[in-house]
Design a protein around this ligand. Sequence first.
Ligand SMILES: Cc1cc2nc3c(=O)[nH]c(=O)nc-3n(C[C@H](O)[C@H](O)[C@H](O)COP(=O)(O)OP(=O)(O)OC[C@H]3O[C@@H](n4cnc5c(N)ncnc54)[C@H](O)[C@@H]3O)c2cc1C
Length: 309
Amino acid sequence: MYGASEGLRTVLLDAASFGGQAGTSSRIENYLGFPAGLSGAELATRGAVQAEKFGVRLHRNARAAAFGTRAGRHCVTLEDGRVFKARDVIIATGAEYRRLNVPGIGAWEGNGVHYAATVAEAQHVEGRPVAVVGGANSAGQAAMFLSRTSEPVHLLVRGDDLERSMSRYLIDAIRANPKIDVRVRTEAVGLVADSAVTGIEVVDWATGGRSLLEVGAVFVFIGATPCTSWLQGQLATDRDGFLLTGHDLDEHRTGERAPLPFETSEPGVFCVGDVRSGSVKRVATAVGEGSAAVRLVFERRRIDGAELL
Ligand SMILES: Cc1cc2nc3c(=O)[nH]c(=O)nc-3n(C[C@H](O)[C@H](O)[C@H](O)COP(=O)(O)OP(=O)(O)OC[C@H]3O[C@@H](n4cnc5c(N)ncnc54)[C@H](O)[C@@H]3O)c2cc1C
């Protein structure tokens, strides 16, 4: 939408329909301008209409399968063989959050089962117990944050201890927090819900015993896989596979100039949203980065002397 509204001939390719992860959310309550919240599906539909209004050519079911650059032109090849050539590319292929292997959990995602812990999610379970699943920093930070408004916060860790995967300062803060109940060698195996999530069934692998924890919500932080396989390793990534941009790149692949913010290791290829290393995983951030990247497309064409449209 920002590309087309700034006068760039813009093509949008999406492997599925539009909306990405946000499209699966039953209610987004922290997007500016919608104080009553709106469903992810509604936000996606509105976005597609708005993009079309400015002349974006939208392609659904258009999964990118390969990428290449030749003579200053970037080529995105779809799995059905179609090839799209462009002077600049903005990658926003997101990430897939690892889901808990618990029967029926999908039906409660965004409604009692969350992959983010912000004020919006926390206020729905204020004063009630919650479970946080995961043993790395994101789970630890979520547990600390939720402990401000919920008690107890059961931190369910599959491994033997926190030391292997969490920063020392966070471990110390968690151990000193009486509201957080750390359970190691513990795995979530079942969800209890009728009209809302009311509990989680866990197995303690030290004893093999099962127990039911009463919780109003479950927060899952067991990692995310960036959707970058189609790039076949051609762009620089961090050790988890998220695309590096701007200052985070040691040197530009061509070595001719430093990368611009949101620019990947390939000049003229930008990256925004959840697939970007170090990104803040929010709808507003993904949208804002997208609009900034369009501005930087103009900047890079000015610097590189590339043809404008
Ligand atoms: C259940 C749920 C609820 C959430 N609720 C909130 C909330 O209330 N507030 C908030 O701020 N954030 C929320 N988030 C997080 C937010 O949705 C994400 O941060 C945001 O959607 C990231 O946008 P993105 O464009 O970077 O990636 P994504 O939303 O992941 O979109 C990526 C898109 O790229 C497409 N794609 C992937 N691979 C390819 C390929 N090879 N070729 C073509 N297309 C491809 C996908 O089909 C998808 O449409 C929620 C996330 C989930 C899962």
